[in-house]
Design a binder for this molecule. Structure first.
Ligand SMILES: Cc1ncc(COP(=O)(O)O)c(C=O)c1O
Length: 340
């Protein structure tokens, strides 16, 4: 089962402003994937919200920063189903972007159990279950909606791109840049390209520190999604390694853009936001700015031969200010005074 929440396929377009002497760059415009809230999350939610245990009218409990795009996407899509989001959140650097996301999250009626740091999230979980219990408990969903079913959304996305290549809308990319957090996007794309028989190198730009995303995590996510696909009847090798090797799909994880940590803006990221903005592409500082920054840095080296490069844009282009209700600040679990 799958809900139809996204407008697919998303367009692909040339981005000559990112070209270098050897790189010719295209963009996969997932920022345009939904009139409600685009970006990558909607691809995961189409699968997750359609199936047990999340296909009920109960609240959903999930986890993220106070400006989390995952929580925001969940809150917005749950609201269309008359449902609410319970969030175990941690305070993150209160950039204007994070403040705006928090405003929308609270205006959508999301209830938050907030703690000051990521390390203290277990305390938020205890509060939720022991001393600040909600009337009705939410069904727990893992961070970033990167469950095996969530990965299906990006397996499908890889097939979508392969079809666009086949139609001649873009050449087959030699390398694809995408940003990674909870790894469902990366794992789904790697599996999807392998299953579609499209050899490509994935340059995964981590937005989190190596303890939060690494090769082990990537392998586990891919293994979980591949088992779920096989259980659903797909005939494919049992081994992720054999599947990827057989199709010529490779990946690397790039930590050079993380900077001071998850959600901490960097100067190179700010330059990427400006460059993209001049070319009508909206980035945010936590994920996509760091991804473009990595692309600019890595493609600046002359590779000796021409190569086709794809940037997978994972952040929603929607203007969410219409959702913000006056007085949302009163519900904020974090002090709004230290806005930079
Ligand atoms: C804009 C954006 N891009 C990319 C990602 C990373 O996706 P994943 O968590 O599947 O690695 C996220 C995750 O929250 C995101 O918000």
């Amino acid at each position: 089962m799958r809900l139809s929440l996204a407008e697919l396929p998303t367009p692909v377009e040339r981005a000559p402003w990112l070209d270098t002497t050897t790189a010719k760059v295209w963009i996969k415009r997932d920022d345009l994937s939904s009139p409600i809230y685009g970006g990558g999350k909607v691809r995961k939610l189409e699968w997750i919200l359609a199936n047990p245990p999340f296909d009920t009218d109960l609240p959903i409990l999930s986890v993220g920063g106070v400006g989390s795009h995952h929580l925001l996407a969940l809150a917005l899509f749950l609201r269309t189903q008359g449902r609410t989001l319970h969030g175990l959140t941690f305070t993150q650097s209160l950039t204007p972007h994070v403040r705006n996301n928090l405003a929308v999250l609270l205006s959508c009626g999301a209830q938050l159990w907030n703690v000051p740091t990521r390390a203290q999230l277990p305390a938020a979980w205890l509060a939720y279950h022991l001393w600040r219990r909600p009337e009705v408990k939410g069904t727990p969903m893992s961070a970033g909606a990167s469950t095996p079913l969530g990965c299906f959304g990006f397996v499908d996305a890889a097939f979508e791109l392969a079809a666009q290549v086949q139609k001649g809308l873009l050449p087959k990319p030699d390398v694809l840049y995408v940003t990674a957090g909870s790894a469902g996007t990366s794992a789904g794309l790697a599996l999807g390209f392998a299953l579609a028989g499209m050899p490509v190198h994935l340059h995964l730009v981590s937005s989190v520190e190596p303890w939060a995303f690494n090769t082990v995590m990537m392998q586990l996510k891919m293994r979980g999604a591949l088992s779920a696909l096989r259980e659903a009847g797909l005939e494919a090798p049992r081994s992720v390694r054999a599947l990827l090797q057989g199709a010529g799909v490779t990946y690397e994880i790039d930590f050079d853009e993380v900077g001071a940590g998850y959600g901490e803006p960097t100067e190179r990221g700010a330059a990427a936001v400006r460059l993209a903005g001049e070319n009508d592409i909206a980035l945010e500082p936590t994920y996509t700015a760091k991804c473009i920054s990595a692309l600019v840095r890595a493609e600046a080296h002359d590779r000796g031969k021409a190569r086709n490069v794809l940037f997978w844009h994972t952040h929603a282009a929607n203007d969410l200010s219409v959702h913000i209700e006056p007085g949302w600040e009163a519900k904020s679990p974090v002090s709004l005074d230290d806005l930079p």
